[in-house]
Design a protein around this ligand. Structure first.
Ligand code: ARG
Length: 581
């Protein structure tokens, strides 16, 4: 109930000010079992104002005028229970229906680079990348919808020591060979082949030495090495984008800002940190020791920014990236949608950047970096998801399996549709199921990957929500009506109508919350509850066959608004809503 919540919250805060002279007190609005919502502020205030909670609530109530919204009473230990009246809800629904944004607020625009997906060149994307891609994309879409300037940053691993062996291997097999083609079709196989040569000692380590020398050549911008390296990036990004297309995520080539992008800045980052007295030599390496980070034996933990052989590493790149994002992109907030296992790394990078003064921008404003920690995707055995043979999963194959399974269902259930239509639905449902399974759990929680569960048509699944939307579309097709133009006044007679209307009014606040708290699973949970509220309504209230015209058109308005919110919300999650299923 966005508007209700903000109206109520403001009024309760004003009443607290009138009663006790305290400004900006949180009204503590919570869902209520006995009313539409309750304000619990009196419980926390009681001590402060020296009265018991019920008296405190009564004093607030005496100053509280909600006559245009509904009724309010003191209940329990000192809750203020608010019941909104039907007319008020009906007016709010009319406003929602007239609003192309469906109540999603426009927030004061912030610049928000989002670092997500970030697979590694010449390596298979694994399920961890799948998850950061899906969660990052949902956050990008949501924050954009809230009015922010999102800058997508695909921080691909395209620099560093592995490229020595990869280039040597490439030179040996030749660019036109089937082996080189693996970079596009099965990058892991290419990587493994290079790795095997690197590890094979039968030549006395000659090959490995050549690979190490190749890294030095590459970093010195040797033209031949650079050309091969560019070609590899081309092949790999082609592969990444095939996955992104299959997933319908919004990342494009323009969003690539990989590790190599920061290479020209690395020396300067080291110099600046040395100048600031933050970087010191330790065992031949240049290190930053951010305050408060100690390992075993209380020894300070280093961020190694230049190795003893002169090479830069992952930490150096991330320091350059944070400086660039704050100082050049003028980020208000930076989201790092990256695996939880990298939490320590990011805390140290953030601490070092803070100490270096990089999080205060040239305009004096602050940049707030946030690590959106991504939990693991597990197999049934509770370990990181892998193939049966223990090899890393190929994402393309995984997505294809989702689509195939959905296809098997659609082929049977929708024989009336053309093969092309069925294929479309299978793709949207199969991919939607995988994405939703990922988004419906908190991003930092591990979950077990289970096709049967994620493809189920019942429960908190993608297909359940897609089906709810498709079913509403079929109601409108049957009635030959356009859901986009249903705006008749709503009359709320049945309890399920009232509950559905209140659920619809909650949409905008949930979207705002998802953006503020980086929590797409709350939108998933909201949409699931909305679909359930719709089902209860639809079971109890005939729509097309309602008794009178006013009731029928009111119910059509509620039904159409439900469809619009479902489709809008699924779209923010990056999930398609098929016309039919
Ligand atoms: N490429 C890294 C990996 O696969 C993730 C990079 C995340 N982003 C960053 N700025 N470090 O684990």
């Amino acid at each position: 109930m966005l508007d209700a919540a903000s109206v109520l919250g403001d009024r309760v805060s004003a009443a607290i000010e009138a009663a006790f002279g305290l400004t900006d007190v949180d009204p503590v609005l919570r869902p209520s079992q006995f009313a539409d919502t309750q304000a619990n502020a009196a419980l926390a205030l009681a001590k402060k104002v020296g009265r018991n909670p019920r008296e405190t609530a009564a004093a607030i109530l005496a100053e509280l005028d909600l006559s245009d919204v509904g009724t309010v009473e003191v209940s329990g230990p000192g809750f203020l229970n608010v019941t909104v009246n039907k007319d008020w809800i009906a007016r709010q629904i009319a406003a929602l229906v007239a609003d192309p944004r469906l109540g999603v607020p426009v927030q004061p625009a912030r610049v928000i680079p989002i670092d997500y997906s970030a697979p590694n060149v010449a390596k298979e994307m694994h399920v961890g990348h799948l998850r950061t891609t899906i969660v990052g994309d949902a956050l990008a879409r949501t924050l954009e919808a809230l009015g922010h300037r999102v800058i997508r940053q695909n921080h691909i691993g395209d620099w560093g020591t592995p490229f020595g062996m990869l280039i040597e291997h490439y030179l040996e097999v030749g660019g036109e060979s089937a082996e080189a083609d693996l970079l596009r079709t099965d990058p892991n196989a290419f990587y493994q082949a290079a790795r095997a040569k690197f590890d094979d000692d039968s030549d006395g380590g000659a090959w490995a030495t050549r690979a190490r020398e190749r890294v030095v050549l590459l970093q010195a911008k040797d033209p031949q090495s650079i050309e091969i390296w560019r070609g590899m990036i081309g092949h790999s990004t082609e592969y990444f984008h095939a996955i992104y297309d299959a997933l319908a995520v919004t990342l494009t080539d323009d969003d690539l800002a990989g590790e190599s992008f920061y290479d020209p800045m690395l020396q300067d980052v080291c110099d600046e940190l040395e100048r600031l007295g933050l970087a010191v030599e330790s065992d031949g390496a240049l290190c930053v020791f951010p305050e408060g980070f100690t390992g075993r034996d209380e020894k300070p933990l280093p961020l190694i920014i230049r190795k003893s052989d002169g090479g830069f590493g992952y930490a150096t790149t991330d320091l350059a990236a944070i400086r660039y994002r704050a100082q050049q992109l003028h980020a208000d907030q930076i989201l790092y949608v990256v695996g939880a296992s990298q939490a320590l790394h990011f805390r140290m990078v953030f601490a070092a950047a803070e100490k270096a003064g990089w999080l205060t921008r040239p305009d004096g404003e602050r940049t707030v970096p946030v690590h959106v920690q991504i939990g693991s995707v597990l197999g049934e055995d509770g370990k990181i998801l892998r193939t049966r043979s223990g090899a890393p999963l190929r994402l393309a194959a995984l997505l294809q399996e989702g689509v195939d399974r959905a296809s098997a269902v659609v082929e049977e259930s929708r024989e009336d549709l053309t093969p092309a239509e069925r294929a479309d639905i299978a793709r949207q449902v199969g991919v939607g199921a995988v994405k939703y399974a990922d988004l419906s759990v908190a991003h930092d929680t591990d979950y077990v990957f289970d096709f049967d569960r994620m493809l189920a048509l019942t429960g908190n699944t993608g297909p359940y929500l897609q089906y709810a939307a498709a079913r509403i579309r079929s109601i409108f097709r049957k009635a030959e009506l356009d859901p986009a133009t249903q705006s008749a006044p709503v009359v709320l007679g049945e309890p399920t109508e009232r509950a559905l209307a209140l659920a619809l009014l909650g949409y905008g606040a949930v979207v705002a919350d998802v953006g503020d708290q980086q929590a797409p699973h709350r939108l998933a949970g909201y949409l699931f509850e909305l679909a359930q509220a719709f089902t209860s309504f639809y079971d109890a209230c005939p729509v097309l066959t309602a008794d009178d015209e006013a009731t029928r058109s009111s119910r059509l308005t509620l039904t159409a608004a439900t469809l619009r919110v479902l489709v809008h919300g699924l779209d923010l999650l990056g999930i398609a809503s098929p016309e039919r299923m």
